[in-house]
Design a protein around this ligand. Sequence first.
Ligand SMILES: [Fe+2]
Length: 284
Amino acid sequence: MLDQINQISKTILNTGVTSIPKFLNETEVEKIKNFVGKPKKGSKEGNYPITISQLLAKIFKFEFKKLSNTFFLLKIAKKFHFKEIAAKALDSKDVDLQMIDCYYNERSPENIISWHNDIGCKNLDDKKYLKEFHEAVKSTFFDIKTETSPRGIKFFLYLTDVQKSNGSLAIIPYSNQIIKTLCTLIADNKIELKKFWSLKNLREFINDTKVRKLLEEKIGKEKIDTFLNETNFIISEKKDTEKYDLELNQGGLVIFDELCVHRGSAPQKTSRLVLRFIYRKKLN
Ligand SMILES: [Fe+2]
């Protein structure tokens, strides 16, 4: 088991992503599906208590069913060493489980979320986004505790089958390294911040002569060239690719670094139900 944990976390640390088909069996998936319902993203119904105060709040409200369901999910995370995998994948001594949630997406022709990374600044004119970005950089790369928690490792456990153009997640391997280097150059005041949450903006940022030169000095020309070539699709007519989609049946698991560039495809044929565990570095 230790070998397996080491292998999985090494892959995530390096490439940013890995997937495990048939992670849960049919019985386990059905058991979870029986209690999760069809919650909206961010709803109270889809959130599971994980901190002591959240757990106590459920006890005081006599929400014992929610508690026993939470313990079932925590047991899965413990049995399969999610915490150890996340810590090693983040090269960190200790991590915290930040969130367990579940959400349901109805069939739709629209992507669940377009190509983006989870730390990139969305809007330079909005002080809230700017503050969050700078705080996230401090906590993620410099271990400084701020109001914004560091970016970490997400575990996506599918409760329905996903395929290309039907709810699958696509993740660009090694893009975590590009984002990390870009963020540290910004933090060191070597380059001026530009918005780069969306893949289109990220590419424009990297294509700036000065930025590209500094990135190449840090991680090599080949990695930057490969990333730009592999993401050319975003300026093509279709503005998308299916090359990086991870197709999985229900019970399958995707583990990825939040710094990676990723996209959630449209659940065009069937609705999608996913359970997420998020682990982030523990900062004191
Ligand atoms: Fe995301």
